[in-house]
Design a protein around this ligand. Structure first.
Ligand code: ZN
Length: 440
C-alpha cells in the first residue's frame, strides 16, 4: 500500500470494479481469499501490440550494420502485411501474456490505421476498434492512444510509401478521435492522443492536435516518442534549433498528463526541465536494449523528482519484473556500482503510481478510489520462500521470474493460478495467425 506493507488486508470493491475501502488487520473471512503477497498491478505505458508478431525475428546480424533504422524497415514490412483480424488476434495474445506477468493495463500507442494501400477503412476506426476488442477479450485495462503521424522527418518531409498505413491529416485524425470516443465510456478504457514524435508531427501540427484535444477533452493523456536515438537529437538541433526535449518543454504546455516515451538522450538541464513539468517518462528497457538506443540517466532525473513508468514497446520483453531488473542493471553497468535506484521495490511502487498518472486512469496503487487491479504473488515460488516481507518485491524483480499467481483487473479474476481464463482459445487463434503471417 502507499504506506508500505500491511497484513490481513481486506479490500472492498464496488460493482464497477473500484476499491471503496481498505482495512488492514482485518479478521473477516468473507469474499475471495488472496492467499499470497498482493501488490498493485503494473500499468504498461507504452505498447505497439502488432510488433509482438515480429519479436525475436530481427536478431540475425548483417555485418555489424544493424541499427534502429534497419530494424524499423523490417518492422514496417510486418505493419504493411497485417489485416484487421491479425491486429485483434496478435493484441489479444499479447495482452494475455502481459496480464499473466502482472501488467494490468496497457497504453496502446496505435499507429497502423489504414488499409495496406493507404486508403482508410470504411470505418476509419476499424483497427482501433480491433485493439479495443482485444483488450476487452483479455480483460486488460486500456488507454488507447491513436497516433497522429504526418511526416517522415523533421521539416515536414513527405511521408514515405511504407508509412502509408499510418498517415492522417488533421481532419482525418479528428474523425478518428471522434469515432473512437464512444468506446471510452467504460471505466476500463481511456482515450488519449499521441502525436507520434517531433519527426512525424511538426510544430504546427502539434499545436493543431492539442487544439483538437482541448475542444474534446483537455484532460486526455498526451504521449509522444522523444529523444530515442542520437540521430533524432542531431536532426532536431539542425531543424528546430534545439534538442527534442529542450524544444518540447519550451514550446508545448507539458504537464502531468504528458508522457515522454524513451527520452533516453537528455542533458542534465533537459532532465531537470522535464521532471519539473510533472510529465512521466516511459522507460522501455528491454526494447531500448534490443534496439541499442542507449541508457536513460536515472540518477539525474530521479534527483530532480521526475515521474516514470514502464512500457514494453516492441514486446521483446513482457514482464514488469524483467523490465525493472533490466532498468536497474543498465544503470549499474554504466556507473559500475550497485543499487542505483533506492530499491527495486521503490522503483516498482513509483512506476506503478506514475504509470497510472500517465495512463490517465485511477490505477497503480492500492487505495480507495483506485481500480481493483491486484497482482497476487505465488508464496510457493522458491524466490519468495522465507520471511522478510520487506524484500518480497526485490526478490521477485531481481531473483524471480514467473512469480505471479493470480491477477484481478477492476475486480475481475482474469488470471487464476497462473492461467488466463480464456488463454487456450486465444492461443489457438494466435498460432493460426502467426502461421499465416510467417509461413503462409
Ligand atoms: Zn514506441
Amino acid at each position: 500500500m502507499p504506506s508500505g506493507w500491511a497484513n490481513d488486508v481486506r479490500i472492498d470493491v464496488d460493482a464497477s470494479g473500484t476499491i471503496t475501502e481498505i482495512t488492514p488487520d482485518s479478521a473477516t473471512r468473507e469474499g475471495i481469499h488472496l492467499a499470497g503477497p498482493v501488490v498493485p498491478g503494473m500499468p504498461n505505458i507504452h505498447s505497439h501490440a502488432f510488433q509482438r508478431a515480429f519479436a525475436g525475428r530481427a536478431e540475425r546480424a548483417h555485418g555489424g550494420t544493424d541499427t534502429f533504422w534497419t530494424w524499423r524497415r523490417a518492422m514496417y514490412d510486418v505493419a504493411n502485411r497485417i489485416d484487421p483480424d491479425d491486429v485483434e488476434v496478435i493484441a489479444a495474445q499479447l495482452y494475455v501474456d502481459l496480464l499473466r506477468n502482472g501488467f494490468t493495463s496497457v497504453a496502446e500507442f496505435h499507429y497502423v490505421h489504414h488499409q495496406p494501400d493507404g486508403t482508410p477503412y470504411a470505418n476509419r476506426a476499424e483497427l482501433g476498434e480491433r485493439i479495443l476488442a482485444a483488450a476487452s477479450a483479455s480483460g486488460i485495462g486500456l488507454t488507447l492512444l491513436p497516433v497522429l503521424y504526418r511526416w517522415s522527418d523533421f521539416g515536414d518531409a513527405p511521408p514515405r510509401d511504407e508509412q502509408r498505413r499510418f498517415i492522417n491529416d488533421l481532419d482525418g485524425y479528428a474523425a478518428l478521435l471522434d469515432a473512437l470516443a464512444p468506446h471510452a465510456s467504460s471505466p476500463a478504457v481511456r482515450l488519449g492522443i499521441a502525436p507520434h514524435s517531433l519527426r512525424a508531427v511538426g510544430p504546427r501540427d502539434l499545436d493543431a492536435v492539442l487544439a483538437l484535444r482541448a475542444s474534446r477533452d483537455a484532460t486526455m493523456p498526451v504521449h509522444l516518442h522523444i529523444a530515442e536515438v542520437t540521430g533524432e537529437v542531431e536532426r532536431a538541433l539542425d531543424v528546430l534549433g534545439a534538442r527534442p526535449v529542450e524544444w518540447l518543454v519550451a514550446n508545448a504546455p507539458v504537464d502531468e498528463r504528458w508522457c515522454a516515451v524513451h527520452a533516453v538522450h537528455l542533458t542534465e538541464a533537459e532532465s531537470r526541465a522535464l521532471a519539473q513539468t510533472g510529465a512521466s517518462v516511459a522507460l522501455c528497457p528491454s526494447t531500448e536494449g534490443n534496439l541499442g538506443d542507449g541508457v536513460f540517466d536515472w540518477p539525474a532525473y530521479h534527483r530532480a523528482g521526475g515521474r516514470a513508468g514502464i512500457g514494453t514497446d516492441s514486446h521483446v520483453g513482457l514482464d514488469p519484473a524483467e523490465e525493472l531488473r533490466w532498468f536497474e542493471y543498465d544503470q549499474r553497468l554504466r556507473d559500475r556500482r550497485r543499487t542505483v535506484a533506492t530499491s527495486p521495490q521503490d522503483l516498482y511502487v513509483q512506476c506503478a503510481r506514475d504509470g497510472g498518472v500517465a495512463s490517465g486512469r485511477p490505477i497503480g496503487a492500492l487505495a480507495p478510489g483506485m481500480r481493483a487491479d491486484l497482482v497476487v504473488l505465488d508464496p510457493d515460488h522458491s524466490a519468495l520462500a522465507g520471511g522478510d516481507v520487506e524484500t518480497i518485491v526485490d526478490r521477485w524483480i531481481i531473483a524471480g521470474g514467473g512469480c505471479v499467481r493470480d491477477v484481478f483487473v477492476g475486480g475481475e479474476h482474469v488470471v487464476v493460478a497462473g492461467s488466463h481464463k480464456d488463454g487456450p482459445g486465444i492461443r489457438r487463434r494466435y498460432a493460426v495467425t502467426m502461421n499465416n503471417l510467417w509461413n503462409g
